[in-house]
Design a protein around this ligand. Sequence first.
Ligand code: AMP
Ligand code: MN
Ligand code: MN
Ligand code: MN
Length: 274
Amino acid sequence: MLVDFHIHTTASDGALPPAELLERAAALGIAEMAITDHDTMRGYAAVADQVPPGVRLHPGVELSCVWGGCNIHIVGIGIDPGHAAINTILDELDEARQARAVTIGERLEKAGMPGALAGALAVAGDSQIGRPHFATWMVDSGHVADHNEAFDRWLGRGKRGDVKAYWPSLESVVGAVVTAGGKGVLAHPLKYGLTGMKLQALTTAFVAAGGSAIEILSGRQTDDEVARLRRLANEHGLSVSVGSDFHRDWQYGPTLGVEARVARDAPALWEQLS
Ligand code: AMP
Ligand code: MN
Ligand code: MN
Ligand code: MN
């Protein structure tokens, strides 16, 4: 069985509109999935009542937060999209993204890239603005050769355009997911560059905040990484989740859909969704 609980659309920094994504998922035979755009459920909402037969689409989102000075992502699955708790945090995150974009723009302008904010806003259009929109503008304006260079030099972890000051706490975003009836999932735990000890501390804080599951497979990972994360989930009494973190077709990137068997005998998030 194919499942996928981490996918982006044009509502955030993905390339496929939500309806096209659903069509592709149906064609691939994905049985259960969630659209998890960054800090918005607008992509999900646009197609929630047009789901092709054979596919189960759960309400989802990927929320930005900060813990221990790191920008951490929490996926929420099975949230009631009309609940005040989720809408309050999404409004807060909308404002945070706008304010952060202004700060990123100012920093890039000071570094010799005039028009960065206006350019990134134009690239984003109606999408939830993020660093990839700045990266696209930087490529289009000739400041860098490609997205990789944009992140390596300007936008990636620890670089000038990596602005974390605006994100809410881990506790508040996991709390909002749980209050809104959803399950909190610690997204791609190996992508934060944490030491083993700090990853343990993050997982402990995530459990204390009310989190339910860990993504043991996110996009392309080795079998050893999956096994390590399965152990981490087990040690902390957490369920497991999986997702492609699909953004766009790209030869080195993940494709949609993950084989559910990768969970093995661990408790799987998708078995706990109503
Ligand atoms: P943001 O949510 O605005 O902080 O932007 C983070 C997003 O940027 C991630 O979800 C990825 O889609 C993308 N991203 C992060 N690091 C890189 C990188 N090194 N190269 C390309 N895209 C990246
Ligand atoms: Mn992204
Ligand atoms: Mn993420
Ligand atoms: Mn993601």
